[in-house]
Design a protein around this ligand. Structure first.
Ligand code: ATP
Ligand code: MG
Length: 421
């Protein structure tokens, strides 16, 4: 019988990888804690309409990437392709948004039916940060500073570049859209097929087309900057000068638009050239219209989402994961001879209780070549237990190239406290 395999593009994260994930997650949690953000946990499945109404009907995600199915009641459900819409839904549903300032973050799996490749999967993970109720560029700056602090904490600041743009107010963007469409219509035949298709449905997306012919046409196209409303222009200038003052480097990229319809004003991406084609590790912006669009009162909002798999790939590529992260236990404890094996479990229990934070892995299998087997585990410390007729249990301890013999349990506890507590 053939064995059942995981779904294409959906990965197991194996125990040799999870320490790096936990390291990243713990760092994120610490950094977000320092900014006073609170975690929100939302379901993985939502009503399909939530995403259609927020992300937009004519976006890649809604047109061709969603995992949508009818449940047993015939209701159309979708595995969430992103978290912002879910976060707004939850915030609205529990009365957390109207007339309030809120700062949330979330993490978890997202699902998109894309062509799996390095850095692009069908189940992937995002960590998202969202701030509600604040309209000014100061919160935009804070949101960007959070991401910059994360790169700093993770040791990857030099590998990522911040790209920044303003999409203007919804009204300004609508006006620009008309000007852009009028211009591109004149050059319709020179556009790539995708862009031709988008011309009516989602023309702003043409701005980030990778097609060379289209890019050449775009050189002369009307520019979004020239159509910005006064408030957006002012806010963008303020944001830039705050980032300057904070020492955050950025590039203004006039072609940066986002793939989701709900963005306005500030948009940004952190991009790396170390991962090949899938170079965007974090993306976000302002979405002042979304809460209202989903049935709430008008509420300004800004946020971003990071792709966890891409961040992990980048950490590994840059080789900046601290060495001890992968070490999941401190002490490997084994019996030296038969008959003592069950004592190992009890002794380990005693050591864990006496030495706060000590991580002990016990040896529960055969004792042949026990010293070599223990060394193979890569443990920073190894203890072998034996029974002495007069003195009770005695242990030998290997650590850092040194060996100590005949340690009583009490002496062992003191020793381990000095080494690991
Ligand atoms: P891309 O242009 O790479 O498709 P996107 O604009 O669709 O990205 P967002 O919806 O803004 O991405 O999601 C934010 C981040 O989540 C991305 O910058 C990326 O790091 C990550 N991400 C998005 N889709 C995937 C995926 N299929 N697999 C892995 N990570 C992803
Ligand atoms: Mg995408």
């Amino acid at each position: 019988m053939s064995k059942i395999k995981a779904i294409r593009g959906m990965n197991d994260i194996l125990p040799d990888q999870t320490p790096v994930w936990q390291y990243l997650e713990a760092t994120v949690q610490r950094v977000l804690g320092a900014y006073g953000y609170s975690e929100m946990r939302m379901p993985i499945v939502e009503q399909t309409d939530l995403f259609k109404r927020s992300i937009g009907e004519v976006t890649d995600i809604v047109e061709k990437e969603m995992y949508t199915f009818d449940d047993r009641n015939g209701e159309s459900l979708t595995l969430r392709p992103e978290g912002t819409a879910c976060c707004v839904r939850a915030g609205e549903e529990h009365g957390l948004l109207y007339n309030q300032n809120q700062r949330f973050w979330y993490q978890g799996p997202m699902f998109r039916y894309e062509k799996p490749q390095k850095g692009r999967y069908r189940q992937f993970h995002q960590i998202g940060v969202e701030a509600f109720g604040m309209a000014g560029p100061d919160i935009d700056a804070e949101i960007i500073l959070i991401s910059a602090a994360l790169w700093r904490e993770l040791g990857m600041s030099d590998a990522v570049v911040l790209q920044l743009n303003s999409l203007g107010s919804n009204a300004a963007r609508a006006e620009y859209r008309e000007a852009l469409v009028a211009y591109l219509r004149e050059h319709y035949d020179a556009l790539d097929e995708d862009s031709q298709r988008r011309l009516e449905s989602n023309p702003l997306r043409i701005l980030d087309s990778k097609d060379e012919g289209t890019r050449a046409i775009l050189e002369q196209a009307p520019r979004l900057q020239d159509h910005l409303d006064e408030e957006s222009r002012h806010d963008f200038e303020q944001l830039c000068s705050m980032l300057d003052e904070a020492g955050i480097r950025y590039e203004v990229n006039p072609y940066l638009v986002r793939g989701l319809d709900y963005y306005c004003k500030t948009v940004f991406e952190w991009v790396t050239d170390k991962l090949g084609a899938q170079g965007t590790v974090c993306a976000g912006g302002r979405y002042d219209g979304l809460v209202k669009q989903l049935g709430g009162k008008p509420t300004p909002a800004v946020g971003f989402a990071m792709g966890v798999e891409r961040l992990i790939l980048l950490l590994e590529t840059l080789d900046v994961v601290p060495a001890d992260v992968r070490q999941t236990f401190d002490l490997y404890l084994a019996a030296e001879h038969k008959g003592l094996q069950h004592q190992v479990i009890l002794m380990a229990e005693q050591l864990r209780q006496a030495v706060p934070g000590l991580r002990v892995r016990t040896h529960c299998a055969g004792l042949k070549n026990i010293a070599a087997k223990a060394r193979q585990t890569g443990a920073p410390a190894i203890a072998l237990m034996r029974a002495d007729e007069d003195k009770g249990h005695q242990m030998s301890l290997w650590h850092d190239g040194e060996t100590e013999y005949d340690l009583s349990p009490d002496a062992m506890i003191e020793k381990l406290k000095a080494l690991f507590a």
